[in-house]
Design a protein around this ligand. Sequence first.
Ligand SMILES: C[S@@+](CC[C@H](N)C(=O)[O-])C[C@H]1O[C@@H](n2cnc3c(N)ncnc32)[C@H](O)[C@@H]1O
Length: 240
Amino acid sequence: MCTGSISGSSATLKLSTNGLLGSGPDCYREVDLWEGIRSSRITGYQKQSALGMAQFHFTPDDYLELMHREVPLYVELQEKTAEATAEVAVRRLLELGTGTGETARRVLALHPQATLVGIDASPQMLAAANLPEADLRHGRIENPLPLGPFDLVFSCLAVHHLDGEGKRDLFRRVAAITNFFVLADVIVPQDPSDAVTPIEPGFDKPDRLDDQLRWLREASFTAQPTWLRGDLAVIKAWRK
Ligand SMILES: C[S@@+](CC[C@H](N)C(=O)[O-])C[C@H]1O[C@@H](n2cnc3c(N)ncnc32)[C@H](O)[C@@H]1O
């Protein structure tokens, strides 16, 4: 999702035929990097990434615009993520990959008494999050997680940046600090024609839903999807 890639020394950028960065050999054509930037077809995050300024990082300025473009069901995904947290009264929350706070605000709206710890690899994204009450920490989810227990751990569109073994390890570490985990993310769909979210090899590492459910169960959660559309899923996982 949403990275540019420079190929060779001639600085070309892979651009999908609809003008968006994408994946899959037949949606790419190579354009001259500078021509793309001059013509404004390569903007914001993509331009910074292509220029090596922010390779593999999100930037807050055009984040929402980018999400709406690349994930047509972005708003519904956010709402379904929050909805999956609704049935349990929770006070202490941890979010993995808070970004600019789009998921956190929706979850906190359902749990106004709760306090949030949010971690993210990007200080720029956290700085734009506008969550004045939250304890926002710059950190990577591959590293030790904040000290639990938490009544709820949730994550939307962040865990797919880990590979399969990374996800498995994360699920074990999440199980050690909570009994309730909501995971929303891009997945590898059963039907390849459902793979519509642009995937950048090496940066986006989605896995199949059944693998992730198995890894959650191995980590001692009971897990089931609560919403599934194409290559997007919301999974609820809990422990007795
Ligand atoms: C697509 S955004 C999702 C943000 C928010 N949950 C939403 O749905 O709008 C992904 C966020 O995860 C963060 N991220 C990516 N890989 C990460 C990692 N390994 N550890 C911590 N944060 C990471 C990025 O910096 C980015 O802010």
